[in-house]
Structures are given as structure tokens and as C-alpha cells.
Design a protein around this ligand. Structure first.
Ligand SMILES: Nc1ncnc2c1ncn2[C@@H]1O[C@H](COP(=O)(O)OP(=O)(O)OP(=O)(O)O)[C@@H](O)[C@H]1O
Ligand SMILES: [Mg+2]
Length: 345
């Protein structure tokens, strides 16, 4: 079947890729993981199938995440992954230019000009008539339903797998922002280090993530449903598999450093926000998006530390993808084909 459909938006995230199609909503939601045969360079699996292989592959196969810490760690593999997902979501795209979709891709905030060109190229190779790029905070704000085209300030905090982006937006552009390479992955790594130190136990990335989601908290005073979890790994002393019980307080201690970094970045952006916009943010509050916004107690912690109201967007994991879709309708409005000029600290 050929593709005669409408335009699509892609959230090319370090943890997940989402594809949004006009009129259909989010049609694909898969982890940004690719399994490759190291000897031949052949792609074995992409997305969910590849994620199941992480930490479980034989020597010649590697399950990698081509985007890490908000930057493209492996250029070629990212391109292959993007093409795979676009084709999976749309089927085969028509060779007649008129019927090809316009593709809006949201890229992690840390990518360089060269990487931007690579992403654009991958979108063209996947069959785009035109490829546009948009910055993550802008897409997140649009997807969260913020009225960013008015001369009123809004603040969005997007906590993804690789990066946390804090931005103040007004009149369709970014007024001031900060991006730090701290996100869900750093929370997981902190948990892995803690378990290694406290229990002499080596655990995998996936176990650490499960622990974070199930019992992790950023605000222990706020009671959580699950307060402990059985964790399995390899005992570093005996070398044998071992089981330990980890509770919420321990998960909180483990994640304190990256959580503090997120809160500090929000405060830093507030410090450089022009006063008129700061007063708008006092009225409207801060909106949180990205998977990290779901960390138990994080919104409450930011509210307490900034004394501002904090809301978690309706579907934080899909906000950026929804925003890329909305941005396709406002191409004339967004500066420089969706890539805005920003002040970064
Ligand atoms: N309920 C939850 N509690 C805590 N963390 C969560 C929860 N659900 C998802 N996450 C975390 O959110 C992160 C993924 O979020 P998201 O999909 O927004 O990232 P991304 O857009 O791919 O990354 P980036 O924006 O940095 O490129 C992962 O680290 C995941 O562990
Ligand atoms: Mg993201």
C-alpha cells in the first residue's frame, strides 16, 4: 500500500520515539533502541523487540540506544532507526512528490548543526516532501496545550530520558531556557550505583528503571502505594544471583543528586526570566512534560522549592509528539521553519 495520507510529526527522543499522524493521533510509540550485528553491521531489530535484548545479547550482537544524553551518539544507526519508524507508521511512501508527507521532527536539544542535517536527511530518505525541525520545549508546550502565541509567559519543564529542558515561552518563541543532560537515564544510573554500593549487587538498566517507576520518589513525605520492591541482580562478592528488598526511602536517597539538579535548573531559569513574564508564570504555573514528570513527588517538590503552582500535562509522554503535529499547522508562524532562536544559559 502506498502512502497518500497527511503530514506526520516525529518525537525523536533519547528514550522513546513517537510518531503522530494528523487525524489519527499517536500511531507509534517505541523505545529508541536498535540491535545490530557487530560483525556485519546489519540491523537485527528496532524498537520494543530490540529493547527486550538489552543486556541479554551474545557477543556479536549489541542492543544500543543511538541517542544518549540528549545527543546523537551514533549517527548512522539513528538515521536507520528514524527511517524504520517512519516507514512502519506510514507504510510505503508514494514516489510521486505531491503525495508525500511533510515531516516535522523534534530533536533533542543538544544536537549540533551537523546532526540536525543528518536528521533532516533521514526524514527525506524516509520519503518526506519537506522535513522541518522543532525544538523540544516548543513542541512540548504546544502539545501540553499552552497558548504560546500570545504575549504572555509560560514555563515548561520537559524531563525526558536524556535531558531536562526548562524554557520560558512567549509570542511563539523561547525567551530563556536551560537544557541539562540529566533525565530519566541519570535517575536510573544513580539507582544502579546506589544498589551496587549499599548491597554489593550489580543490576541492569531495565531493573533500575522499574525500581524508579515502582517505588522511586522525589518527595518521600508524600505517601506512595508501593513502598518496596524485590530486586534481582548479581552479587559482586560471590558472583551469584541474589535478591534484595529496596524501599522508597532508599530509592529517594539514591536519586537525590539528579533530582536536585532538575530543581536547580528550574530555579536558574526563573532567576533570568524578565519580571513581566515571571508574573505571568506566577498566575499560570509551571507545566511539566516528558516521562520524568511522572516521577512520584517531583511536581510537588518543584512546587515547594519555587513556591509556584506546578501542573503535570495530561499525557506527558505524548506532549512532544502532539506538539510536532500542531506545529505542522503553524509553519508560517514558527520562526525559521520551526527552529527558533533562543537564549540559552
Ligand atoms: N511513571 C514514571 N515515573 C518515573 N519515570 C518515568 C515514568 N514513566 C516513564 N519514565 C521515564 O521517562 C523517561 C522517558 O521519557 P520520554 O519518553 O519523555 O523521554 P525522551 O523524549 O525519549 O527523551 P529526551 O526528551 O531526553 O530525548 C525514561 O527515563 C523513563 O524511565
Ligand atoms: Mg523528549
Amino acid at each position: 500500500m502506498f502512502w497518500f495520507g497527511s503530514d506526520i510529526g516525529v518525537d525523536l527522543g533519547t528514550a522513546t520515539v513517537l510518531v503522530f499522524m494528523k487525524g489519527k493521533g499517536v500511531v507509534l510509540h517505541e523505545p529508541s533502541v536498535v540491535a545490530i550485528n557487530k560483525d556485519t553491521g546489519q540491523v537485527i531489530a528496532v524498537g520494543e523487540e530490540a529493547r527486550r535484548m538489552i543486556g541479554r545479547t551474545p557477543g556479536n550482537i549489541v542492543a544500543t540506544r543511538p541517542l544518549r544524553d540528549g545527543v546523537i551518539a551514533d549517527y548512522d544507526v539513528t538515521e536507520k532507526m528514524l527511517r524504520h519508524f517512519i516507514t512502519k507508521a506510514c507504510g510505503r511512501i508514494s514516489i510521486i512528490p505531491f503525495f508525500r508527507p511533510r515531516i516535522m521532527v523534534c530533536i533533542p536539544s543538544g544536537v549540533t548543526g551537523v546532526e540536525e542535517r543528518a536528521v533532516r536527511q533521514a526524514a527525506y530518505q524516509a520519503g518526506a516532501k519537506h522535513a522541518y525541525l522543532i525544538e523540544e520545549p516548543l513542541a512540548a508546550a504546544l502539545g501540553a496545550g499552552l497558548e504560546i502565541s500570545e504575549p504572555t509567559g509560560s514555563m515548561v519543564v520537559d524531563i525526558g530520558g536524556g535531558t531536562t529542558d526548562v524554557a520560558v515561552l512567549s509570542l511563539g518563541g523561547i525567551v530563556c531556557s536551560k537544557s541539562i543532560r540529566v533525565g530519566g537515564d541519570k535517575f536510573d544510573e544513580a539507582i544502579m550505583r546506589f544498589i551496587r554500593r549499599e548491597f554489593n549487587l550489580a543490576i541492569g538498566e531495565r531493573t533500575a528503571e522499574e525500581l524508579k517507576i515502582t517505588v522511586g520518589t522525589a518527595y518521600p513525605e508524600l505517601k506512595k502505594e508501593n513502598t518496596q520492591m524485590d530486586v534481582r541482580g548479581r552479587d559482586l562478592v560471590t558472583g551469584l544471583p541474589k535478591n534484595v528488598v529496596v524501599n522508597s526511602c532508599q530509592a529517594y536517597d539514591a536519586m537525590q543528586e539528579p533530582v536536585d539538579a532538575v530543581v536547580a535548573s528550574v530555579k536558574e531559569v526563573l532567576e533570568i526570566t524578565p519580571p513581566e513574564l515571571a508574573s505571568d508564570i506566577m498566575n499560570r504555573g509551571i507545566v511539566m512534560t516528558g516521562g520524568g514528570a511522572l516521577l512520584h513527588g517531583l511536581a510537588e517538590l518543584i512546587a515547594k522549592e519555587t513556591a509556584l503552582p506546578v501542573h503535570i500535562a495530561d499525557d506527558p509522554l505524548s506532549c512532544v509528539a502532539l506538539g510536532t503535529g500542531k506545529a505542522l499547522n503553524m509553519l508560517n508562524f514558527l520562526p525559521n521553519e520551526g527552529k527558533s532562536h533562543k537564549r540559552v544559559i
